[in-house]
Design a protein around this ligand. Structure first.
Ligand SMILES: *[C@@H]1O[C@H](CO)[C@@H](O)[C@H](O)[C@H]1NC(C)=O
Ligand SMILES: *[C@@H]1O[C@H](CO)[C@@H](O)[C@H](O)[C@H]1NC(C)=O
Ligand SMILES: *[C@@H]1O[C@H](CO)[C@@H](O)[C@H](O)[C@H]1NC(C)=O
Length: 355
């Protein structure tokens, strides 16, 4: 079995769908193998676990147990982290991030559906309402992950385009996001407030990387899906031809910026303001949304800090801010006030976390 390593495995491929299509229900059949040993009737075997006293009780250099609760930490415990009352290993943490991502969406956008694009070999078990897995064959090694992410988006859009050609009555809009994000407001309004774009990207005032790839919205019309797909195919082409050697996490953002800026007379000074704007890039009508509202990241350190807009809609817990994401959900569950939770995030923004 191949295990995914940390959240990078999830960092892409989580996608959220606005508007209801259909509910997903996972039925998992457990196969039980019965032991039938007719000649050993006397030696009865159990079909369930039977716990007796744990050996080594009272020996200070041996593992001490209370039922199945360990009283000592073992070697692997070094890797454990505690958030609230829960202790997590690496894989738990990835799952916790994913689950909290889903929690926030279900609070902010209860009508939406979440589809998780995954590596077919990663053994994810997410059993939640309105959440489904969508495995896509590909290359999921660490250095190919961002490349695969774009490929997966393209594959996904192709299947939707095909679906739409069979039934064009149900329009479902899509937003591709990373899983380390908290959606704190309804994102469906983007499609209503800006009725003409094919796809939306988020921008920030950063010369080298003005576009973040963690949030890509696609209008669910056949035109929108087709144009978004063509745009991503162009980004993929540029990624492969120009940035394949770039740091593995940056290639896609560099390629995105390259494709956008390659439009003649593109006015990049608009990235310096936090006002949404639209432009036609190679036939795709792109809505540029400010990261400050749609992809707000708690600041790393001093400087460049302009607070949090009152209408912030998405908080992105990039890098080592996952602890803050988990703590935020715990805080929200206890209050539950989104605004108060945002104060917690804002106040914690200058701290570096352990994961
Ligand atoms: C293991 O836990 C027991 C019970 O808490 C404690 O008495 C013992 O000292 C611990 N052993 C080690 C090596 O930490
Ligand atoms: C942790 O446990 C304490 C005591 O059981 C409880 O009062 C508290 O609400 C818990 N905190 C969280 C974040 O679950
Ligand atoms: C990437 O690096 C390899 C090895 O250093 C080199 O051969 C190749 O030409 C580079 N590709 C691009 C597109 O820069």
């Amino acid at each position: 079995m191949k295990m995914f390593s940390g959240w990078r495995r999830f960092a892409f491929g989580v996608l959220l769908i606005l508007l209801l299509t259909r509910l997903y229900s996972a039925v998992r059949e457990l196969s039980s193998s019965k032991m039938s040993e007719p000649h050993k009737q006397l030696n009865k075997k159990f079909d369930h676990l039977v716990l007796g006293p744990a050996a080594g009780q009272g020996l200070s250099n041996r593992l001490q147990c209370q039922g199945s609760k360990a009283l000592n930490r073992t070697h692997s415990s070094n890797d454990r982290l505690v958030v609230g009352n829960t202790s997590y290993n690496k894989m738990d943490r990835s799952m916790a991030v994913l689950n909290i991502f889903i929690n926030f969406i279900q609070v902010a956008m209860p009508q939406s559906e979440v589809i998780i694009l995954t590596d077919p070999v990663s053994d994810l078990s997410v059993h939640r309402n309105r959440v489904s897995l969508y495995p896509i064959q590909g290359e999921y090694s660490r250095d190919k992950l961002m490349l695969q992410r774009i490929r997966s988006y393209i594959t996904f859009l192709e299947t939707r385009l095909h679906k739409l050609s069979q039934n064009s009555r149900d329009i479902t809009h899509y937003i591709f996001t990373d899983s380390d994000m908290a959606v704190v407001d309804d994102l469906g309004q983007i499609f209503r407030d800006y009725p003409n774009f094919h796809m939306a990207l988020t921008f920030r005032n950063n010369k080298g990387q003005p576009l973040n790839s963690g949030f890509i919205a696609v209008r669910g019309t056949s035109d929108g899906i087709l144009r978004a797909k063509l745009f991503l195919q162009e980004v993929l082409k540029i990624y492969v031809s120009k940035y394949i050697n770039a740091s593995r996490m940056l290639g896609d953002q560099l390629a995105l910026a390259w494709v956008v800026k390659s439009k003649p007379h593109f006015d990049a000074s608009r990235f310096a303001k936090t006002i949404a704007f639209s432009d036609d890039i190679g036939g795709t009508s792109i809505l540029f949304l400010p990261c400050a509202i749609y992809n707000w990241t708690p600041p790393e350190g001093a400087g460049q800090f302009h607070g949090m807009p009152l209408n912030v809609k998405v908080v992105h817990f990039k890098g080592s801010r996952k602890r803050l994401m988990l703590e935020s959900w715990n805080f929200y569950s206890a209050t539950p006030e989104i605004a108060d939770m945002l104060c917690l995030i804002l106040g914690s923004g200058r701290t570096k976390y352990d994961f």
